[in-house]
Design a protein around this ligand. Structure first.
Ligand SMILES: [Zn+2]
Length: 560
């Protein structure tokens, strides 16, 4: 008896690798390799063979806006049997043909980075594999069996990486051997895997592990400050929802070079959030604070509380997320930001909505086609929803003498979503709001969301006795491009564009426009009657757009 136990222990200790783990349904052994002096990842997988002699693996050639992902893939071969391997890019499949009597397949493939230039916004969703590190999303790294309904036990064996090489991913940190029990393949496929010269920051919130993995030399911020913002954001958000159920959560933060302007890419994944951020002095911490707070808030608004019909409830999933981003940051002084940040963000949102060419469009126009193809429509639910949330928050506080707020509404919606699987439908939202409103809420919802009318902010501010200025500078481009954007179609008389000399019929040979910004000059190169001229102006106009003042009285009345 004793001998047998000893033998088992010896076996697991000495021969630990994928094949020796009888409990896993699929094993991946990932190791570094250099082929023709190009760094690769070599992935060896063992899996059950299909008894009909054809085993199909999912692996997309197109995903997340990227095409030709198979360019990264090479040296595919079956190791334990004779067989044929075929790529089928159109159906996103790798097909393994093998003898029918085989029970288990050992299959190997190599992955490389398929571009030579620097990482950029368009390249962050391709496999990044170089001598210093790798950064690869699950769907570009791991082939998984087609048509598998049930959950699988998956073993990951990070083998032969140097001792000081960080291995970090959505399922664990610095674990060279990982066993993911009862893994839903969809959750497995929505994950980030990094390795190499990443620096790790770890923390603990109520017994749950959080971490940040980052690399490179950051220009705009220090690692420690980023981790502090992440930690604070998670603590306050989890406390707000009273939800400390997530045992492990990690953020990856990858820098990429960019000459001008700032750029943030963030993707919410299983147990994780993967970000890639421009590394220059035009990028700043406040933008990152916003990104973390908005995106991580989606864990509850959008993820736990699900829209019934996607774009139709974006006023809620984006707009209310936006509002709680501002509120959560200000209420908890994240990165030192306070109530004046909240007021500044609400003012900007108000201006943006007033300037929008679709600011009064009915909710039904925020549909798939418009939202994904048109900038104005893509922003509308954020602005409209955030102002609507602000309006409701203030009204509920006023009606209840400060005893209730929109927070209570959100908690009730969250509980119904968790306990009853309630989705966010318009009727459901109206029903919840009826309990917090003076009278019937339906007409209010009809007016401000369904019909898309603007909230009367002057009446709201007057009613709450808030200090505001009735007029403000807002963005006005002052002219319209022709359809092909190579000429000026029309100019608004009296606008700054008009005053600067822009005229209908001018040809445009160069331009620099910061959409929506009143702080950056519009610069145009125009051609008229064969003569070229360069024109610049601030795209500003005065309009009856009320703006809150950041007075101490206002801050107090708004609860800061
Ligand atoms: Zn969002």
């Amino acid at each position: 008896m004793f001998k047998r136990v000893l033998l088992t222990v010896l076996l697991t200790t000495f021969l630990y690798s994928c094949q020796q783990q009888p409990e896993a349904d699929i094993c991946y052994t990932i190791s570094p390799a250099v082929v023709d002096s190009i760094p690769h990842l070599r992935i060896k997988m063992t899996l059950k063979a299909d008894p009909d002699g054809t085993t199909e693996l999912s692996f997309p050639d197109k995903a997340w806006g990227q095409t030709d992902l198979y360019n990264s893939l090479g040296n595919m071969q079956l190791l334990n049997v004779e067989g044929i391997v075929e790529k089928d890019a159109d159906s996103a499949r790798i097909v393994l043909m093998h003898p029918k009597e085989v029970e288990e397949l050992e299959f190997e493939y190599f992955l490389k980075q398929d571009f030579e230039d620097d990482v950029s916004t368009t390249k962050v969703y391709r496999p990044i594999i170089n001598k210093d590190y790798f950064h690869v999303f699950s769907h570009n790294l791991f082939m998984v069996p087609e048509n598998t309904k049930e959950d699988l036990d998956i073993a990951l064996d990070w083998s032969a990486f140097p001792e000081d090489y960080t291995i970090h991913n959505s399922f664990g940190s610095r674990e060279k051997e990982q066993l993911l029990m009862d893994m839903d393949l969809e959750l497995f496929g929505s994950a980030i895997f990094v390795g190499g010269d990443f620096r790790m920051f770890n923390g603990d919130i109520e017994g749950n592990q959080i971490s940040l993995a980052t690399r490179g030399e950051w220009v705009p911020f220090k690692d420690g400050d980023v981790f502090k913002v992440l930690e604070e954001t998670l603590i306050y958000q989890r406390n707000f929802w009273n939800d400390h159920s997530q045992e492990y959560f990690t953020v990856t933060l990858q820098p990429f070079p960019q000459e001008s302007g700032s750029s943030f890419q963030g993707t919410g994944l299983t147990n994780s959030f993967a970000t890639s951020v421009s590394n220059n002095d035009q990028t700043d911490m406040e933008q990152l604070v916003y990104l973390f707070n908005h995106e991580l808030m989606h864990n509850w608004i959008g993820h736990t509380i699900k829209n019934d019909n996607e774009e139709e409830q974006y006023w809620f999933s984006e707009g209310f997320t936006e509002y709680y981003t501002f509120k959560n940051i200000a209420r908890n002084n994240i990165n030192g930001l306070d109530g004046s940040f909240f007021i500044a963000e609400m003012n900007r949102t108000i201006r943006d909505l007033y300037v929008s060419s679709v600011g009064d469009a009915p909710n039904s126009e925020i549909n798939y086609d418009n939202f994904w193809a048109n900038y104005e429509y893509s922003k509308l639910p954020y602005w409209r929803g955030a102002i609507f949330a602000f309006y409701l928050d203030q009204k509920i506080k006023q009606r209840s003498g400060g005893k209730q707020s929109l927070d209570d509404v959100m908690h009730q919606i969250y509980e119904d979503a968790t306990n009853k699987g309630q989705k966010l439908t318009h009727d459901y939202f109206i029903g919840v709001m009826d309990g917090y409103w003076n009278g019937d809420f339906q007409p209010v919802f009809q007016k401000y969301i369904e019909e898309g009318q603007k909230v009367d902010l002057v009446a709201l501010f007057d009613g709450l006795d808030l200090d505001y200025s009735p007029e403000s500078d807002i963005y006005e481009l002052g002219f319209e491009f022709t359809q092909n954007r190579k000429g000026i179609q029309s100019v608004t008389q009296g606008s700054k564009a008009w005053e600067a000399g822009v005229r209908a019929g001018d040809e445009v040979f160069s331009r620099s426009i910061w959409q929506g910004s009143i702080d950056h000059k519009v610069e145009l190169g125009l051609r008229r009657n064969g003569e070229e001229r360069n024109i610049s102006f601030y795209p500003v106009t005065k309009a009856k757009v009320p703006q809150l003042k950041a007075t101490s009285g206002n801050l107090e009345k708004l609860g800061f």
